[in-house]
Ligand binder design. Sequence first.
Ligand code: HEM
Ligand SMILES: [Cu+2]
Length: 584
Amino acid sequence: MSATSATAHAHTAHAAHHEVGFVRTYIFSTDHKMIARQFLFLGLFMMIIGGLLALMVRWQLAWPETPVPGLGWVLTETGGILEPSQYNMAFTMHATIMIFFVIMPILAGAFGNFCIPLMIGARDMAFPFLNMLSFWVAALSGVLMLAGFFVPGGHAAAGWTSYAPLSSVPEYTGTNWGQNLWCISLFVLGVSSMMGAINYITTIINMRAPGMRLFRMPLVVWSLFITAILLLLALPVLTSGVAMLLFDRTLGTNWFKPSGGGEPLLWQHLFWYFGHPEVYILILPAMGIASEILPVFARKPIFGYHAMAFSMIAIAFLSWVVYGHHMFVSGMNPALGMSFMVTTMIIAVPSAIKTFNWLGTLWGGRIQFTVPMLNALAFVWMFVIGGLSGIFMASTPVDIYIQDTYFIVAHIHYVVFGGSIFGAFAAIYYWFPKMFGRLMNTALGHLHFWPTFVFFNLTFFPMHIIGVGGQMRRIYNPLQYEFLQHQQHWNVLITISAIGLGIAQIPFVINFFWSLFAGPKAPLNPWNSNTLEWTAPSPPPHLNWGPTVPTVYRGPYEYTSPESREDFLPQSQPPLVRAGTSRH
Ligand code: HEM
Ligand SMILES: [Cu+2]
């Protein structure tokens, strides 16, 4: 874009900007930064609901069939005791909400929207209206999902995986409208995700600033690019699957019903063909976030930039050919099981490349233990534990023993909480100054991070132990099984820690809202980072930069470069032409 046309464009847009009222600025905004904030608020709000549901589940597991404090006024018939059907509903909705309405909106929705245009030097997304639609369709999906709590028969109760025929025959769970709403809500969410994905992909391909070659893009943009491709390809499988499930339940089709010639296993295939890429949709952005934050606070270039980008691409390819590891015990041919075992083991290779590169980045760095850095370090460490337990489960003979136990629950949480949620916290602490123009409080940040880290491990590590000890997933009352009674003290410890983990989020909530209104004003580049978003004002105005967008001269991780007197070298800083030096 020439300078004159850029100026003219900014000028007309500026004039238009003045006419925009409250509704267009804060509610039906097409500005990628406002949409990012909307997704962030959606995700944080849903996190409270998902967290409270988890505590209900944990209470029941530690002190079975005793009244859950504070629930007496809701469950009046039992005085606050969860019935088995309500217990099923609680764990189903906990997982559904956390995956689809917390991690996806925060990582892909909020940080995808915030980072992509600002970090590639674009003024907005390629399709701003579609972007706005994508948020509001997601919000509608959230309303439909929450509505399930208020319908007769209660909400969906067949697990977040909703295996048929448990989910396809209403009598089996006693849930009717709840499960239908679950299907409808996820169908709608699938549409929203596709709109977002198309936008992200187009923006990254077409709208990079001058000089922003693909291999000069920050790794978080790479991760969001690959996530968007996975979203575009995986979500339609779920969207079709939930539509088929809904038709089985309401229109009398028989996709998954053996009585009508259907095939229950078909659901598992559809679900996991979506589901495994989905777990990478949940973790890839967090990997990108860690790759962004570690170099900044180690004051060193990222170790192996190209290897980092290519291992994410490799993970994305492999994620399509490993999904059978979720179905080892479904009666599959052992030869097929063996193939899935091998592909799953292979996916550990690019994951390990990334881990070693993060360690290589830290090695010999001048590490600054800021709050975003602590969360990013926790991400790396916890992801390693989660990845290692994955390898155990990938081995078919081991998985036959531990499948459907608390070992799986431990694995899930090390990757999704230890990985994705610590990644989300790292991103919030790191980009908050740019997003809202104010600094967060460091002391409160530590008060949030340390108890969260300790209680997280106290909550989820013992789950490996009770899992190997035989405790099954999704059981109502462990005390009903004699062989589990001797490990009940672990359940009590886990629940107490989970309550601690919940309480540990209070400093975060206080810090977030206090800083939003009263935090000190943020400077342009508070962390001395190299990437383009830090050249825009805090918070960036509509269209992000003044008359011209920045030009890019180098990669994003030139920290402590000999070319610069300071220990950082922004991507947009023109190269120095030293007097007296000439090149032949
Ligand atoms: C080295 C990497 C990984 C390996 C080898 C691996 C392997 C596995 C295997 C074999 C299972 C099935 C276990 C069973 O049900 O018996 C599983 C389950 C699961 N994994 Fe992973 N995994 C890895 C990384 C991840 C990541 C990064 C995530 C998410 C961000 C993730 C999320 C999950 C979830 C949510 C389940 C449980 C699904 C359910 O049944 O509800 N995994 N993993
Ligand atoms: Cu998987």
